[in-house]
Design a binder for this molecule. Structure first.
Ligand code: PHE
Length: 342
């Protein structure tokens, strides 16, 4: 085939291929095949050595003309294809602003916070003020004013972290009783939620850091029946009308008489189950009538005033409410667990 024929053949082929291209990649392939270093036109140029010397300039010019023509055609095609591709991409990437977006993942409050807020709502509804106080507490408030002088054996049950001989991490929220009595005048009705500390090993039911909510009422004529009535309302608000309280005699140096208070097990409604260990009751707080000695130490006339106090453990309530079997889960902060609580 003569060079002229080959050139015509190439032009025709390229012309028809350009019309059926399906994207810039196939255009690039065509460009390389025809105009590339190992392409058909280059091959023709290389073959010119076999031509008679006088033919060479003419053929060379023809080849170059075709090269220019092909380049122009391909550039045109490229512009066309790119425009079409951009158009298609724009269509494809159009954002439908009316489409509902997926809801963002919303966290939830910690189970302890949920329970704490619920108790605060319950007691503020009964006329209690919320007071907060230091977790790093003076031995004086944490123990002495709670009628636990140095070397008192009941201190053993509340071993804690000592900063020095006089500064401790509070072992209960009870020092807030003293702080309230020393700064307020009766009638006093306060609750004090917060973190407390004891030198305990971590296990499924113990943690060296946990939460309590103290309650204190001091007024004239405050009686044990007021304590019972208040806790009965608390129990029913928290768990429902069929829940009641059970008082068991107990001992705390700062209350006299003292009682541990159980609530009907909400899981089995008192029948007895694994959670309440078959007793039908769940122990949730310690309580009692404020020891007159404590009133006096805190500057309150015990011949005129009396009071009751209670300390509620929040972990146990949260664990029971949300079916959390192991206390450690409360402090691990696993979003898969807490995300379900709302
Ligand atoms: N402070 C006691 C405890 O931590 C609970 C308590 C509070 C008992 C108030 C009686 C009155 O165990």
């Amino acid at each position: 085939m003569s060079v002229v024929d080959t050139l015509r053949d190439i032009k025709e082929r390229v012309e028809s291929e350009l019309n059926t291209l399906d994207g810039s990649a196939s255009l690039e392939n065509l460009r390389v095949k025809v105009l590339g270093k190992k392409g058909e036109l280059t091959a023709l140029l290389k073959g010119m050595g076999q031509l008679a010397p006088e033919e060479r300039p003419k053929v060379g010019a023809q080849i170059n003309e075709v090269r220019q023509w092909l380049t122009a055609r391909m550039d045109e095609a490229q512009a066309r294809i790119q425009a079409a591709e951009r158009e298609a991409a724009l269509k494809r990437e159009t954002i439908d602003v009316t489409e509902p977006r997926p809801l963002p993942k919303v966290g939830s409050e910690h189970p302890i916070t949920l329970v704490m807020n619920e108790l605060i709502e319950c007691f503020t509804g009964l006329g209690f003020d919320v007071m907060e106080g230091p977790e790093v507490e003076l031995d004086h408030y944490n123990f002495e004013l709670m009628n636990l002088p140095k070397n008192h054996p009941a201190r053993d049950a509340q071993d804690t972290f000592y900063m020095d001989d006089n500064i401790v991490l509070r072992t209960h929220t009870s020092p807030m009783q003293a702080r309230a009595m020393l700064t307020r005048k009766p009638p006093i009705r306060i609750i004090c939620p917060g973190r407390v500390y004891r030198a305990d090993e971590v296990d499924a039911t113990h943690s060296p850091v946990f939460h309590q909510m103290e309650g204190l009422v001091v007024d004239e004529h405050v009686k044990m029946s007021d304590l019972r009535g208040t806790l009965e309302v608390f129990a029913k608000k928290l768990y429902g009308e069929d829940v009641t309280t059970r008082f068991r005699p107990s001992f705390f140096p700062f209350t006299e008489p003292s009682a541990e208070v159980d609530l009907t097990c909400v899981n089995c409604h008192g029948k007895g189950c694994r959670i309440c260990k078959g007793t039908g009751w769940i122990e949730v707080l310690g309580s009692g009538m404020v020891n007159p000695k404590v009133l006096e130490m805190c500057g309150i006339d015990s011949s005129k005033y009396s009071g009751f106090a209670f300390g509620i453990g929040l972990e146990r309530i949260a664990m029971q409410r949300y079916g959390i079997r192991d206390m450690r889960l409360l402090y691990e902060g696993d979003a898969r667990l807490f995300g379900q609580l709302r």
